[in-house]
Write a protein that binds this ligand. Sequence first.
Ligand code: ZN
Length: 500
Amino acid sequence: MNIAIYMRLSKEDDFSHEESNSITMQRLLLRDYVREHFPQDNVLEYSDDGYSGTNFDRPGVQELLEGVKNGEINCIIVKDFSRFARDYIELGSYLEQIFPFMGVRFISVNDKYDSIKYEGNVADIDVNFKNLLYDLYSKDLSMKVKASLRAVKEQGKAVCSTPPFGYAKDPGDRHKFVIAEDEAAVVRRIFKMYADGMSAVEIASTFNAEGVKSPSQVWHEKGIRKATPKGGVFVWQHSAIHRILKNRAYTGDLVQGVYECVKIRDDKRVTDPDKWIIAENHHEPIIDRNTFDKVQARYGKTCRKYRITDDHVLMGKVVCGCCGHNLRHNDGKMGQAYYWCSGLNIYHLDGCVKRMEDFFLEEVVLYQLQQHIMELGESDKLLQDEKDAAVADVDALKKKCKAAEKAIAKSKEKRMAEFEAYALGNKERYDASADEMEKLKKKHERLKEQLAEAENRLKELNRQKTHESFAVKKLTKELIDEYVESIMVFNNDDVKIAWK
Ligand SMILES: [Zn+2]
């Protein structure tokens, strides 16, 4: 087969996915696909950089179609339909009439479309078309919705579905917040604990130990959110603490427009702070500005404390809990740097890690490493106790052996004396002392066996390596290399560490 891979990038893609739609990423994906499915075949490459997909006035696509006409190409592979054409009528006529007529096979990798499999099966094509249509239509629609929402936000009205933890919607005006006292008390405690030097992880574990209800639990019980955690138990995550500590809403300001949908049906991302819509003193504060600013100042410092500027401590150890790939690091020009899984762009797996802020991750790893080393220290203590006991055993048995030897020697002396008695005719006493001698010798044998056993046990214990028990203050590459095999990260902020 003569295969052509076709790639296209244009301005209209800029706001969708910067990286996944780049020509390089498209080429990578398509080359991978070809290598896997058509390892024997010739591959030609065509691309249009900076051309819209709404028409066919593109040099790359024209060259491609020329090749099809000349019979040089009989298979076209693209990343998705819209790479080839955004005009669905044109696309449809190519897929349904032109290509089948010319005997050209058409494959769209991400749409899981292969013309060979869809022969005469129009219903399935429809589904793919519908998706394409949906994307085109909803992009336009969502622009309009976004614009009108923005107008409401600019009037200082809250349009979020759930107010921040600690607040409830004002029953009199759904755009306003009132303080929910029970929750607000938890928020105040979080700020106090953090200002007093506790870390987010420590605060979360304290709350879990005390049974303080987490925001998700509170919302779940109020019926605001339906989702239950995977394990069925609501717990405080360090990330929830961080979200609260960073949320300016607690000072009374309403901050909206922080997140923006990157793509239809896709994830949210944080927008440029310039685009945030802020209404100051929108509601009653839970935290005074002074305290909030102090916490933010410390927040920044803690971030830097763990950060190693030119080399990320966890790099190479952090893997995606979904696909198992090493995570990549993004310096996060605006805001927090984070780890993410490139599987998102290559395999389009939903479970791949979208964003794990590196500061969170480093804090969690540090905490777990501290626990781990403490446990190792505990087991060392146990080992030491065992060793001490074994040494005592050996000593005691040695003493007993000596005593037994002495008893035997004494008995011998006695027997010498008794031999004279025997000579004088007292046979019974002589026999009795022979029994005693036998008993003493047996006892001595037993003790010697026990001693040998105890000595072996001690030797065995001494062979076991002990760990230096110490307090870890900071993550370093050396520590990570020594103790950590791998760190598995999941989208729900779960972190699983495999120790060496
Ligand atoms: Zn992944």
